[in-house]
Design a protein around this ligand. Structure first.
Ligand code: 5GP
Length: 125
């Protein structure tokens, strides 16, 4: 079910628990601003999620509340992960689902990195 992005941050959401090391993940990268790991149900040959370390429900919450150094550090981390994965050539797709219409399911901001194949249609449903 999509989340309600107006709800306060849930400290026990799945990604918060992964950040605290309470649940496992297949980690590909971490630094002071971000953690990246493989999606449990990959939708492409490469499907990695990048999450900020801070408690942000959504992209909306992050861009409203996060300090500039966290926004810059998180975005740099996303770029670094794409290069480390080797998807920067020939290219990749980034996706952020936000709230109900965006069909966001986990209430902790995450950027999807999709790669490893040619993408065509922008929105396929
Ligand atoms: P959303 O629809 O919120 O943008 O995407 C949530 C993503 O999180 C989905 O692609 C889903 O497969 C992934 N996911 C959900 N639970 C887990 C988990 O416990 N571990 C990992 N690695 N991915 C998860």
């Amino acid at each position: 079910m999509p989340i309600d992005p107006r709800l306060p941050y849930d400290e026990n959401n799945i990604f918060a628990r992964i950040l605290r090391g309470e649940l496992p993940c297949n980690k590909v990268y971490e630094d002071e601003f971000a953690l990246a790991f493989h999606d449990i149900r990959p939708q492409a040959p490469v499907h990695v999620l990048v999450i900020p370390r801070g408690p942000y429900v959504s992209w909306d919450d992050f861009t409203l509340k996060a300090p500039d150094d966290e926004i810059a550090g998180f975005n740099r981390a996303v770029g670094k992960v794409t290069r480390e994965l080797g998807v920067d050539r020939p290219g990749y797709r980034l996706m952020i689902n936000m709230g109900g219409h965006g069909h966001q399911e986990v209430p902790h901001l995450h950027v999807h990195i999709f790669g490893g194949r040619q993408f065509r249609c922008m929105i396929c449903d």
